[in-house]
Structure formats: structure tokens, C-alpha cells
Design a protein around this ligand. Structure first.
Ligand code: SF4
Ligand code: SF4
Ligand code: SF4
Length: 381
């Protein structure tokens, strides 16, 4: 457990308090930029921005219950280049200090990408916020268009009033908080009418909060209590989902039926933070058949589903990344045809991770299952 600090909230303006803290980070030169969710240009959604000017922190909105993409990929974009360049090139050896504010599933994906050498955390300070869940991006935009403020939407998600509308991944997400980021924004357990508690988990986090002048608190038991309550509710929902999958999705015919509306657009792959390859085998010409082959396959089968080979694409993706799948649901949210990918990826991910006793994104010193080998790991059980 880390050290706790109090952030004062004035006039019940939670976002205002957080944004003042982030603004101070920039004003005091502690970081050069902050990667954070920010109200979009037309005001109807919240997207990530790399904020460098203190005045721009005013429209940062970490309360908004929406996650249009998993920001681990963005953290990769802005930190990979902070690595020292090869000798002889205009080397910038000191990484530019940046902060990022992430949801638990974004941080867990970031841990995986760090292990995969796609994120360089040198010089970063990572804030994670406890997460009650997010709405599909379109639902959130519709709410905003009807005049619903982000705090109102947040309160509805927190109270369960939005459970019907919530992203399916969030309803079964058993990691509403994390313990390995520098600072946790403890929404869970905090009384948001007066103060928000922040937990510093690392020396870096403690130093930053101390330098920002936050008052420390000796303990904060309400956090763990609320986290346990939320986790138990999610674990229960997850168990039901696994049961449903076992009864209705297991077997090739059921799987084909679940994937029946896939048009092979690969949006799910592009939205997945763990699918990081710049050139994907499934985008290559390997799968382009001669026209005659399509015709002969159609004649043989009576009808050939077009585009073909969609099952192979999904099996390939499951094979490549199920050990690191963090269950964020970005794949499902990116699908234009409503394919229920989360069910498949969460279930297969769970089974694979169980075999390797691996929890993606939990700790840096747990090696990636595919990067290490234990003699007994594939013995029948
Ligand atoms: S998957 Fe979990 S961490 Fe991610 S947005 Fe949903 S509830 Fe939050
Ligand atoms: S497969 Fe889907 S749920 Fe798993 S990490 Fe990728 S986007 Fe998230
Ligand atoms: S996003 Fe949907 S339609 Fe596109 S490839 Fe993935 S599952 Fe298929």
C-alpha cells in the first residue's frame, strides 16, 4: 500500500480540482506535456490530447465515462521516440518528462506494451483513475448532445443507473483499479463533495504529490472496501458471462455464428492496444486468392461467404495476443457490425492466462508467457 494525499475539491467541482493539479505540473515544469482525456473540439465527446500549455488543462475531463480508444497505444506513440537514438544521429538522450492519466485497462495494456518494448516509461509519471466503467462512445455522445454533463453521466455510471447502456467489457471488468502506477486517483471511497484522495505508489509519485503541496493522510480504508465491493459485483457478472459462453458459444458452429456478421475490416485489430505490429500478417497479400479459387470454392460449397477467411483472422489474433489481453473491450467497441468479440477474447484470454498463471498488466517482473518457459506448464491438468 502506498501513501495517501488529499486533494481539496471546491464547490463540488471534481474536474476543476484535478485539472488544477495537472496545470501545476506543467506550470512548475515538473512535466513538459500531459497525455489526458480532453473534451473534443465540438464538445460532444472526450478524446485524448497531449497537453503542453497550462491553459489547455481546463478542458481535460477525466470523469467522463467514455473511452473511445485504449490510450496505451498513444502512450507508445509518445514514448517510444524518447529512447536514445543510435549513435551519430541527433540523439536526445534525456527523455522529455511527460505525465499520463489512464484508466486501469489502459495502464494494464501499457504494462504489457512496456514488456514488449513498445513503451518507454523513463521520464514518465503515470496517474491512473479508479474506474466504474464507460459507456459506448456513441451513447456518451448522444447523452452530451442532450445536455448531460460528464459529472452527471459519471454519477449515473457510478450508481449503476447506466448498467444497461454500459460497455459489456466494463460490466465484467475485475480490475477497477491498479496498484502499480505512480499515483492512483482514488475515486472509489472518496467523498467527492469535499476532497479526493490520491495514493502515491512509487517514490516518484510521492515526490511529485509532496512537491505539489498536497497534505498527506495516514490511512484511507474506504478505498479498498469500495474496490472490493465493485470487484465482487464484476466477478459475479464475469462468471455469468463465462457460463453463457460455455453454453452458447463453445464449439465451431457457435463460434462461426457469433462471428457471422464480420466483414473482415480489421478495425478490431487496429483498436486493440496489444496488437502492436506495424505490418500485420493478416493485412498481407497472403490471403488474396486468385479469382478462380473463389469461384471453385463457391461451386464446391454451394455458396462462399464473402469476404472469406474471417474465422482464420480471429483465430490468428486469439493465438497472437490472448496471453496479454486485458479485456478492455476496445475491439468490440470498434466493430461496425456489433460482433460480440469481448465474450470470445475475454474467455479465451482467461483460459490461456490461467494455464500460465499470468495476469496481464499486473506487475513488471512477471515475464510474458511467450517470452519464458516452465517445464511443467503444458503438462495435462
Ligand atoms: S474495461 Fe475496466 S478499466 Fe477499462 S473502461 Fe471498462 S471498467 Fe474501466
Ligand atoms: S483483444 Fe479486445 S479486449 Fe483484449 S486487449 Fe485487445 S482490444 Fe482489449
Ligand atoms: S471489427 Fe468487426 S467486422 Fe471488422 S474485422 Fe473485427 S469483428 Fe470483423
Amino acid at each position: 500500500m502506498g501513501k495517501f494525499f488529499k486533494l481539496k475539491i471546491e464547490n463540488e467541482n471534481v474536474s476543476g480540482a484535478i485539472n488544477r493539479l495537472l496545470k501545476s505540473l506543467l506550470e512548475k515544469g515538473m512535466v513538459k506535456s500531459i497525455l489526458a482525456p480532453k473534451v473534443s473540439a465540438n464538445g460532444t465527446s472526450v478524446l485524448y490530447a497531449l497537453v503542453s500549455a497550462p491553459s489547455e488543462t481546463e478542458s481535460i475531463d477525466i470523469l467522463a465515462p467514455v473511452m473511445p480508444l485504449n490510450a496505451a497505444s498513444l502512450l507508445s506513440d509518445v514514448t517510444r521516440l524518447a529512447r536514445p537514438l543510435p549513435e551519430g544521429e541527433d540523439a536526445e538522450t534525456e527523455p522529455v518528462p511527460i505525465a499520463a492519466v489512464l484508466r486501469p485497462c489502459e495502464w494494464r495494456a501499457s504494462v504489457e506494451l512496456t514488456k514488449l518494448k513498445q513503451i518507454n516509461l523513463n521520464g514518465t509519471i503515470i496517474f491512473t483513475s479508479d474506474c466504474y466503467g464507460a459507456l459506448p462512445a456513441k451513447t456518451y455522445t448522444d447523452e452530451r448532445r442532450q445536455g448531460v454533463e460528464s459529472k452527471q453521466a459519471y454519477d449515473k455510471v457510478r450508481s449503476g443507473d447506466f448498467d444497461e447502456e454500459m460497455r459489456s467489457a466494463c460490466l465484467v471488468c475485475e480490475h477497477p483499479t491498479v496498484s502499480s502506477s505512480d499515483v492512483i486517483i482514488c475515486f472509489m471511497g472518496s467523498d467527492l463533495s469535499g476532497e479526493l484522495v490520491l495514493e502515491a505508489n512509487t517514490e516518484k509519485g510521492e515526490k511529485i504529490l509532496g512537491e505539489l503541496g498536497l497534505e498527506s493522510v495516514s490511512s484511507f480504508e474506504a478505498h479498498e472496501k469500495t474496490v472490493v465491493e465493485v470487484t465482487e459485483k464484476r466477478e459475479e457478472a464475469k462468471k455469468k458471462m463465462f457460463q453463457d459462453v460455455a453454453e452458447n458459444v463453445a464449439g465451431l458452429d457457435n463460434l462461426l455464428s457469433l462471428l457471422a456478421n464480420c466483414v473482415n475490416c480489421h478495425n478490431c485489430m487496429r483498436a486493440c492496444p496489444i496488437c502492436y505490429c506495424k505490418e500485420c500478417f493478416f493485412d498481407s497479400a497472403t490471403f488474396e486468392a486468385e479469382p478462380g479459387k473463389y469461384l471453385s470454392r463457391a461451386q464446391k460449397k454451394g455458396a462462399l461467404r464473402m469476404p472469406s477467411d474471417t474465422l482464420l483472422f480471429h483465430l490468428g489474433r486469439l493465438n497472437h495476443m490472448s496471453s496479454s489481453c486485458v479485456g478492455c473491450g476496445s475491439c468490440e467497441e470498434a466493430c461496425p457490425n456489433g460482433v460480440e468479440l469481448l465474450k470470445v477474447f475475454k474467455t479465451v484470454g482467461n483460459e490461456v492466462q490461467k494455464v500460465f498463471e499470468y495476469v496481464p498488466g499486473r506487475a513488471f517482473d512477471e515475464e510474458l508467457p511467450l517470452a519464458t518457459f516452465r517445464e511443467d506448464e503444458l503438462e495435462p491438468r
